[in-house]
Design a binder for this molecule. Structure first.
Ligand code: CAA
Length: 373
């Protein structure tokens, strides 16, 4: 049976910080960010959004059309708002899903969305009339004035997994697991502890261990920063061309790290920007999650995938954004991870009119959300 990605969509916040602005703020040579790590912009989450609103924005259209078939939501995140209550409970409510839909939160650093996708595919193989919504939503926030500050971002991906998928068959992968402290966030920390250099080493080591032997026209990579894909591609037996690498990296270079969604943002970049028709072609996918686990798998695109990729809309999401000044960036991120909503935040409402969902209130750890469009 063919099982895989039936539909895919993504959401990124409406705000971004230009990396040159960050370089100026921190007194760093602009080329370090643009050339050294390959980033032009990073998405900045606004104070009235969180991983739930981003997940809802990414999933809404997919769910609207498929409500009666979805019986499971797998929500992958490593920046969750609660260590017990799953973000999917809130998502389930705001998407208006039936009580018979099961939800689970998946955590394995940036790998969880890949694990969820593979397990969703297995579930559909044994329940062919069911569809699973796999959502990833993350805010990559490292705090101010540290090495990780330049590799932040925020965004969500939604994928509907079904039999006879309209976009791509998901093939089983090969994976490798180890215990490495390259990136972790104990429950008492607001931001992760990251050893970026160790993470890069571990990522490359795992890719080398997996050592994919097939030649792909495109390979998509997990990218904590766009330049990581150059390092990964250079280790492959069959690297993709420079032009195809540029395409696989483009969305990341404009958005930054979105953790679990990063690999799938690379896929969206390829599906949106490829100049060649990829019908019936296979694409390599390398997923890495700190801690650590790596998986290499492939997708086989359908012969009608292009009909289900709204390239113009995807590019508009990158284009129709508001640039923040560095003062605004600081202000936005100081309001991220707020514990209680206050009247101060209402001022942000206006600029979010284009969004469909915002946080309405946070009181004693409980969140309510509002649909505004
Ligand atoms: N012009 C051009 N290039 C320059 C430059 C300049 N002026 N200055 C520096 N560079 C280059 C450097 O040569 C270097 O290139 P190479 O890597 O090719 O050698 C690159 O820019 C970066 O320079 P540094 O290594 O000196 O930069 P840094 O100390 O600031 O570290 C970083 C960069 C390691 C990416 C750091 O930003 C970081 O740790 N970020 C967090 C990364 C991360 O999230 N890791 C987890 C990975 S997996 C994931 O996504 C999360 C998950 O699973 C949880």
């Amino acid at each position: 049976m063919n099982v895989g990605i039936d539909l895919i969509n993504f959401y990124i916040p409406k705000y971004y910080l230009n990396m040159n602005e960050l370089a100026k703020l921190r007194g760093i040579d602009e080329n370090k960010y643009s050339k050294g790590i390959g980033q032009n912009k990073m998405s900045i989450i606004s104070p009235l959004e969180d991983i739930v609103t981003m997940a809802a924005e990414a999933s809404y259209d997919i769910v609207k059309e498929n409500k009666k078939y979805i019986d499971t939501i797998l929500f992958a995140t490593e920046s969750s708002i609660d260590f017990s209550k799953a973000a999917g409970n809130y998502l389930h409510k705001i998407l208006g899903l039936s009580p018979s839909v099961r939800i689970l939160e998946f955590k394995q650093a940036c790998y969880a969305a890949t694990g969820a996708l593979q397990l969703a595919a297995d579930y559909v193989r044994s329940n062919p009339n069911k569809k699973v919504l796999v959502v990833s939503s993350d805010v990559a926030w490292y705090g101010f004035e540290n090495a990780g500050e330049s590799t932040q971002g925020a965004g969500a991906i939604a994928m509907l997994v079904s039999k006879d998928p309209k976009i791509a068959i998901v093939n089983k992968g090969e994976f490798v697991t180890d215990e490495i402290s390259d990136f972790y966030r104990p429950s008492y920390q607001e931001v992760p502890t990251v050893d970026g250099k160790l993470s890069i080493k571990s990522y490359i080591k795992m890719l080398k261990l997996l050592d994919p032997q097939e030649k792909y026209i495109f390979t998509c990579f997990h990218m904590p920063f766009a330049k990581m894909a150059d390092k990964a591609n250079a280790t492959l037996k069959y690297p993709i061309s420079d032009e195809h690498l540029r395409i696989a990296k483009y969305f990341t270079s404009e958005v930054g790290n979105i953790y679990n969604g990063s690999l799938f943002l690379s896929l969206i970049s390829v599906l949106t920007l490829s100049k060649i028709d990829l019908s019936n072609q296979s694409i390599g996918m390398f997923s890495y999650g700190s801690g650590a686990i790596g998986e290499f798998f492939s997708l086989k695109l359908s012969n009608q995938y292009e009909k289900y990729i709204d390239k113009e809309q995807f590019l508009r999401k990158l284009k129709d954004r508001i640039e923040l000044t560095s003062e605004e960036y600081i202000n936005f991120m100081k309001n991220y991870q707020i514990k209680e909503t206050t009247h101060k935040l209402i001022n942000y409402n206006k600029s979010l009119e284009v969004n469909r969902f915002i946080i309405d209130s946070i009181k004693s750890g409980q969140r309510t959300y509002k649909k505004i469009a």
